[in-house]
Design a protein. Structure first.
Length: 362
């Protein structure tokens, strides 16, 4: 049987798949109005250690201080901030629970806990804390901004914009509000507005990766891959960076045919737990495309089998696996995967088995 070229043509997948992570929950930092102001010498010492990059030492100092003085809300609050930075969200919430027990009328504490609840998608808890913070202080515009972020996460984009515009109109110092509004604008495909808001957030707090990640996603969406790479490069140089930025930068490298760089970033994203944090992200499918481009068919097959095991209805994975089978000369396996992709709705024209050239366009 005469075999013809197999070519799969995909529309550019949106780079923004993971921009939700930085958009909905701001990190600690003065520009986000979350840093603790305290005269407690142990808190001040811990803040200095944190600024020097010695977060674990700062947490140890606070833990020792709490053993000696378990009635200081500031000690628990500062340790919660540091645990939040370390992505120990359960520990951070536990500390804030203690702070709130000791100081139940402090609206800032409820805002802090709501922010962490948003990070881990515990939306009912976040809403409850936002409501209570606003009951204590109707002019807490960080709480208003978090309400907008929560609406965004629920897909209520117009309501999100209303709340975020309100927060920014009344307090222009909340970088998280600009970051979240940029995320809403991104979802609404208002990319120039999104880039402007991400830029404002970056200018207010250039020491955190979230603004760079989000703006890099927006630049990637408009096809400005150079600026996207510049922002992702800045993001990875900032401590406590997550796997999202490596995934997104890897995708840009793949789209610009810098396959070796793409492979390094996808490997790092997987090492940092991308799949465990969000199994819906097509990290193995992305890496498989790089392996195929490099002619490493066996490794591509391993990743594609993994992707299909995780999502057995993704037509793209079957088409890519068909391509891997073709590279390996496995005709029957190639045809089976093409047929399965068709069953799942892929438009495959010119099947190898009957009509010659085969091309898919998504």
């Amino acid at each position: 049987m005469k075999r013809h070229a197999f070519r799969v043509v995909f529309a550019v997948l949106p780079i923004v798949l993971l921009c939700a992570a930085p958009i909905y929950a701001a990190p600690s930092g003065t520009a986000y109005n979350t840093s603790l102001k305290s005269a407690n010498p142990q808190v001040l010492a811990a803040q200095q250690l944190s600024k020097a990059g010695k977060t674990k030492e700062a947490i140890a100092l606070l833990s020792n201080s709490i053993q000696q003085n378990s009635l200081s809300a500031d000690l628990y609050t500062m340790r919660a901030e540091l645990r939040d930075q370390e992505r120990n969200f359960e520990g951070a919430v536990g500390d804030l629970n203690q702070s709130i027990t000791l100081n139940p009328h402090n609206d800032d504490l409820f805002v802090r806990r709501a922010r962490i609840f948003l990070k881990v998608s515990q939306l009912e808890g976040a809403q409850s804390d936002i409501n209570y913070a606003l009951k204590l202080n109707p002019k807490n515009y960080m709480a208003v901004a978090l309400q907008g972020a929560l609406y965004s996460k629920l897909g209520r984009l117009d309501s999100a914009l209303r709340e975020l515009n309100n927060a920014i109109a009344n307090d222009k110092t909340i970088a998280m509000a600009y970051l979240s509004r940029g995320g809403v604008e991104y979802k609404k495909k208002e990319l120039k507005k999104a880039i402007a808001d991400f830029t404002t957030a970056i200018n207010m707090d250039p020491e955190h990766s979230h603004g760079y990640q989000s703006r890099g996603c927006a630049y990637g969406e408009i096809g400005d891959y150079k600026k996207a790479l510049d922002d992702f490069d800045r993001a990875v140089k900032i401590p406590v960076v997550g796997p999202q930025v490596y995934f997104n930068r890897g995708r840009v490298y793949r789209l610009t045919k810098q396959f070796n760089n793409a492979l390094k970033d996808f490997n790092e994203s997987i090492r940092l737990g991308m799949f465990e944090k969000d199994p819906a992200v097509p990290i193995f499918l992305e890496r498989a495309q790089v392996y195929l481009a490099l002619g490493r068919s066996h490794q591509a097959l391993i990743d594609l089998n993994h992707a299909i095991k995780n999502n057995a209805t993704d037509a793209r994975a079957y088409l890519l696996r068909a391509q891997a089978h073709k590279q390996l000369g496995s005709v029957q396996a190639e045809l089976r995967d093409i047929a399965r992709a068709e069953e799942l709705g892929a438009t495959v024209r010119g099947l190898t088995s009957t009509q010659g050239k085969m091309e898919n366009q998504e």
